[in-house]
Design a protein around this ligand. Structure first.
Ligand SMILES: [Zn+2]
Length: 371
């Protein structure tokens, strides 16, 4: 996710983060430019970026700047439709969040347990419905990132039933945890945007993953340390959002999904690899095992058991939301273009990265076509 800094164009943010990835990435990579200012030059750059292989942009409907310039963002979605660029949308309504956050602050309800009240389901539902409407209006392929609630999922189901090019991603926390967690003494560590929801939402997302109305699962990996997450100066509505999920996403999805009979092995592969490659212009170079495709392969051990232990993982976070969880199904060996880049340690307690920083390559992407 390449954020332009301080009013820079999207292309500058991409160039900056590409230099970082070229030096450090162990596996192949691409970047999503973030559209912060939909002024005419930035809208025009959507085609230029697409021609260079950057065929997605991210838009935050959750930022107040979005409501100040909906016209500009709609022009950007029209340009994206013409360029074959996927528009990734973060759907939470800023006015509702501002209203709820102010009410909590006025009532002195600053504890992390009130975090979900600051970003209610209604904020996600109404924003998702707007995104569905903008998708219908502009024809841009629209990808709803980290969807968390049944109400928002149903809004997308209705759009998909109309044949819109609309896709839904969810994220591990919404499948494995519920909002009761915020009442724990260190509840702030669970803050994500959107927040954790009710068990009925969790079940709806599992059903959506199985029936195809959820297209993909992705981490939104944000490796804050525990001290950063539990910063006592942060009030309920301003908690630091995001968490490290990269190393546990697949094992938890296998353990809670496939091993418990909620998800088929085929859907496990589709939602973590094949569908993602198709939606983001990588297929069939990525997302399948076939002659001519890159040999990016995970050799999966479906019976390996391990206790999640954040401190022993590679992430700079140094902890995991799932520390102590007993899980089944871990990668044995990971290959990138045929070379081993990670493998289970000899004692089977952790996964070791053995690839070299910089061996990953940029992958230019094709323009969007419907999968
Ligand atoms: Zn987001």
């Amino acid at each position: 996710m390449a954020f332009p800094h301080g009013g820079q164009p999207m292309a500058d943010g991409v160039a900056r983060d590409a230099a970082d990835a070229e030096a450090n990435a162990v596996v192949d990579w691409f970047l999503h430019p973030v559209l912060m200012n939909p002024e005419p030059s930035e809208v025009a750059s959507i085609e230029t970026l697409a021609a260079a292989g950057h065929t997605s942009i991210k838009v935050f409907l959750s930022f107040r700047r979005f409501d100040r310039n909906v016209d500009g963002y709609l022009r950007a979605m029209q340009a994206a439709a013409a360029a074959g660029t996927v528009v990734m949308v973060h759907c939470e309504d800023p006015a509702i969040m501002h209203c709820c956050g102010a009410a909590l602050a006025e009532a002195g309800l600053d504890d992390a347990r009130y975090y979900p009240e600051s970003r209610p389901v209604e904020a996600e539902r109404i924003s998702t419905e707007r995104a569905v409407g903008y998708c219908a209006t502009t024809g841009a392929a629209t990808y709803v990132v980290h969807l968390s609630s049944e109400a928002a999922l149903n809004a997308c189901r209705a759009g998909r039933a109309r044949g819109l090019p609309l896709y839904v991603e969810t994220r591990p926390i919404y499948l494995h945890l519920n909002r009761d967690r915020y009442a724990e003494p260190d509840g702030a560590k669970y803050a994500g945007a959107p927040p954790l929801r009710a068990d009925s939402d969790r079940e709806a997302l599992w059903a959506g993953l199985a029936d195809g109305s959820v297209s993909t699962i992705c981490t939104d990996h944000a490796p804050w340390t525990m001290d950063q997450k539990l910063d006592p100066s942060l009030k309920a509505a301003d908690l630091r959002q995001g968490m490290a999920e990269l190393e546990v996403m697949l094992p938890l999805l296998w353990s809670e999904g496939v091993a418990k009979g909620r998800l088929s092995v085929a859907r496990f592969v589709e939602v973590t690899s094949t569908q993602t490659a198709k939606l983001f212009g990588l297929y069939p170079r990525k997302g399948t095992i076939a002659p001519g495709s890159d040999a990016d392969i995970v050799v999966w051990d479906p019976t390996a058991t391990r206790v999640v232990d954040g401190p022993s993982m590679e992430s700079k976070a140094g902890w995991s939301l799932y520390d102590g969880w007993e899980t089944t199904g871990w990668p044995a060996v990971v290959l990138s273009r045929g070379q081993v880049v990670a493998r289970a340690s000899a004692d089977g307690t952790r996964t070791e990265v053995v690839g070299a920083p910089g061996q990953g390559r940029a992958v230019p992407r094709r323009r969007f076509t419907r999968p």
